[in-house]
Design a protein around this ligand. Structure first.
Ligand code: FES
Ligand code: FES
Length: 157
């Protein structure tokens, strides 16, 4: 089976496994985190054809032929995505375990709705949990990102 991840095609083992396991174990994409394993925390969020999905609930086969984006495909250490930069600037994390999921969900949100209200942000990010309780800073980071000129350039490439 071929998976299209971060713009590259990868041949992966075909037996029934979650997308989360394939990303981490076969492709070494450890930025996709495992939290609850039952679709409740958002730590394993990836974008599939632009939509945030819990990769722990999805069989890898279900994502074949679709565009999968993980946090490794969003910016780089030298050139952070504006959403990542906003999270950094606003201190929107403590342990950062939840951050890849939050960043990817924010990218999807801003693609759909470039100027979300506070309530729209809260609603869209409701499936992502932060055990460190960084919610106020996360909300601020999403608002900062939504106002940044740079974000308009990188979204919807
Ligand atoms: S690990 Fe997938 S939603 Fe929690
Ligand atoms: S920063 Fe620790 S879980 Fe969110």
């Amino acid at each position: 089976m071929i998976l299209n991840v971060n713009g590259s095609k990868h041949k992966v083992r075909t037996e029934t496994r979650t997308l989360l396991d394939v990303l981490r174990e076969d492709l070494g994409l450890m930025g996709t985190k495992e939290g609850c394993s039952v679709g409740m925390c958002g730590a394993c969020t990836v974008l599939v054809d632009g939509k945030p999905l819990s990769s722990c609930l999805l069989l890898a086969e279900q994502a074949a032929g679709m565009e999968i984006l993980t946090i490794e495909g969003v910016g780089s250490a030298e050139n952070l995505h504006p959403v990542q930069q906003a999270f950094l600037d606003e201190g929107a994390f403590q342990c950062a375990y939840c951050t890849p999921g939050f960043v990817l969900t924010t990218v999807a949100l801003l693609n759909e709705n470039p100027s979300p209200s506070d309530n729209e942000i809260r609603e869209y990010l409701a499936g992502n949990l932060c055990r460190c309780g960084s919610y106020q800073n996360i909300l601020r980071a999403v608002k900062v990102a939504s106002k940044s000129e740079a974000v308009k350039v990188v979204l919807k490439p």
